[in-house]
Design a protein around this ligand. Structure first.
Ligand SMILES: C[S@@+](CC[C@H](N)C(=O)[O-])C[C@H]1O[C@@H](n2cnc3c(N)ncnc32)[C@H](O)[C@@H]1O
Length: 526
């Protein structure tokens, strides 16, 4: 490293206060608010193999917990669900509230002179809270390379607590009536920043959040990603297998490319437009359907999109009402960038809002009117193998929300085995569509979209409005995605189903449906 860089780095390091490293934290287990400064502090339980058997705990400001906000949020979510909201105005609760902000013990390593090893946790907490310097129990904190380091200590001047009974009941009771506004605001700001970074194909198509129900924010542990992430064992056919339509050109016919659907190589597997078949081609078509012999190029195909002056490309009614794969053109095509057979691949172009519903956790809505057939966004996440999905389901345990989406559209058609299929897991990372709730009478539908017709295992799941949707209406889709007309014709990507006989194996809990529609089937995943 150049000498100047090193100096700048050293100066930066010295200037910055140490932070708590998320990997060293087991949990945040309590919070308090200091009367004089109104600063909120959070009690961290440290991860590690502690020889004494007494787990170190220490109090930290939100600044020190900058990288652990998701852990703070998990603590607050538990607090919100187990206790009534704290009073709107801060009331003095105990002498603790008079405590000035403690100066960090990692610097001084000093502690109250009266500390002893056999103190009752309750008394100890009060005494410690009164002290100016103590912020750590059962250990001392030091700073190294910008991070806190915790070292077990049973020295007389280090406050000792029985970590099996810590935080004490008194601390927990006090926390229940202590506000946590700074944390809520910080978490919210962090989320808004993350939402601003989500990519879209249009400048004003931002993702925002709203909560008029409680103080919660969408989980910070969730990572917004612009592309799905391929995990171990997942094979996506590489670009060599990508075939473009080489006979199409931008200046054909209506100057949009690919309108001669018989020529377009991308539309080879698209649904044949039976209405446009004459007697001769109808006979050939019926034969081709039966024997799979012949040239599919000779048949006209259903074109996926049409142009609407206000809303751009809209999915054609035929596709909306059926469940056929949408085959889009790609970078190898000769039809040019304005081809109207490229839509989903450009990404979301409508604004979205993640909002808190009253009974169904977070949901998604669009702050502008949507037209029937309008593309909303794709379902993103980690693409994992079936084996990995089973492992994750078992690890999560019975009754956890499911964010798994099977990419099994071509399973039957291509005679693929279930264990060969991949799934998209949107639990830990994904896009805003991960927050779409279920309805038995949905206003959106999901479709398989392929840009590589030779790849039967990796494709996009895209959500389209299946009716006109007034702005700010909750967007929903049917998690079981039963298509009345095509039920046994085509399998289509759906959320992984609950198997009621398999619940002990970590299956999906059949959650009571709260969609409120007249046609409600009463249970999710059924
Ligand atoms: C893919 S997530 C949807 C986002 C979720 N609401 C959240 O806050 O993260 C699926 C979970 O949302 C809840 N959910 C979705 N639709 C529901 C419905 N109609 N009734 C009850 N709960 C629903 C269930 O807990 C379900 O397991």
């Amino acid at each position: 490293m150049a000498k100047l860089d090193k100096i700048v780095m050293d100066r930066l390091k010295r200037k910055s206060e140490p932070l708590v490293h998320p990997r060293q934290v087991s949990a945040v287990v309590c919070h308090r608010r200091l009367w004089s400064t109104q600063i909120e502090e959070y009690l961290v339980e440290w991860k590690g193999l502690w020889t004494s058997g007494h787990i170190p705990h220490s109090w930290h400001t939100l600044e020190e917990l900058e990288h652990c906000l998701n852990i703070v949020q998990a603590y607050l979510q538990k607090l919100i669900t187990t206790s009534p909201p704290p009073p709107p105005k801060f009331k003095r609760k105990s002498s603790e509230d008079h405590t000035p902000r403690p100066s960090p013990s990692y610097r001084t390593n000093t502690s109250p002179s009266s500390a002893s090893e056999s103190i009752h946790p309750e008394d100890h907490h009060v005494r410690v809270a009164r002290s100016r310097d103590v912020k750590c129990y059962n250990a001392i904190l030091t700073a190294k390379d910008g991070w806190f380091e915790v070292t077990e200590s049973s020295a007389a001047n280090v406050p000792q607590i029985d970590s099996t009974a810590f935080p004490t009941t008194k601390m927990v009771e006090e926390a229940k009536v202590t506000r946590f506004t700074s944390a809520t605001n910080k978490i919210r700001r962090e989320l808004i920043d993350r939402l601003k970074r989500i990519r879209s194909s249009k400048e004003d198509a931002e993702v925002t959040m709203a909560n008029t129900v409680d103080q919660d924010s969408p989980p910070l542990g969730f990572k917004f990603v612009d592309e799905s992430i391929l995990r171990e064992g997942v094979i996506k056919l590489d670009d060599d297998t990508l075939e473009g339509c080489h006979k199409c050109r931008p200046d054909m016919g209506q100057n949009i490319g690919c309108e001669y659907t018989r020529w377009c190589a991308c539309l080879e597997y698209a649904r044949v437009d039976e209405e446009r078949l004459d007697e001769r081609t109808l006979a050939l078509y019926l034969q081709w359907k039966e024997t799979d012999e012949g040239d599919p190029y000779q048949f006209p195909k259903r074109f996926p999109y049409r142009i609407d002056k206000t809303h751009g490309l809209l999915l054609n009614g035929f596709y909306l009402d059926s469940r056929h794969t949408i085959y889009e053109c790609n970078d190898r095509c000769r039809c040019g960038p304005r081809c109207k057979n490229r839509n989903v691949q450009w990404g979301r172009s409508v604004p979205l809002q993640i909002f808190k519903t009253k009974e169904r956790g977070w949901g998604l809505r669009c702050p502008v009117d949507l037209r029937r057939g309008q593309f909303i966004d794709t379902y993103r996440g980690e693409i994992i193998t079936s084996l990995e999905a089973d492992r994750r389901e078992k690890e999560a345990g019975f009754g956890k929300d499911s964010y798994l989406y099977s990419l099994d559209k071509f399973r039957e058609e291509k005679d693929l085995q279930e264990h060969d299929m991949f799934l998209v897991d949107g639990q830990f990372m994904g896009g805003p569509t991960r927050f779409i709730n279920h309805s038995c009478e949905p206003n959106c539908r999901q479709y398989a979209v392929s840009y590589n017709k030779h790849d039967f295992r990796v494709y996009d799941i895209a959500f389209f409005a299946c009716q006109d949707i007034p702005k700010n209406t909750e967007l929903t889709f049917d998690y079981m995605d039963k298509d009345e007309e095509d039920e046994d014709e085509d399998q289509h990507g759906s959320q992984r189903q609950a198997n009621p006989n398999d619940v002990s194996e970590g299956g999906i809990k059949p959650v009571k449906c709260r969609c409120g529609s007249k046609k409600c089937r009463k249970w999710l995943w059924m």
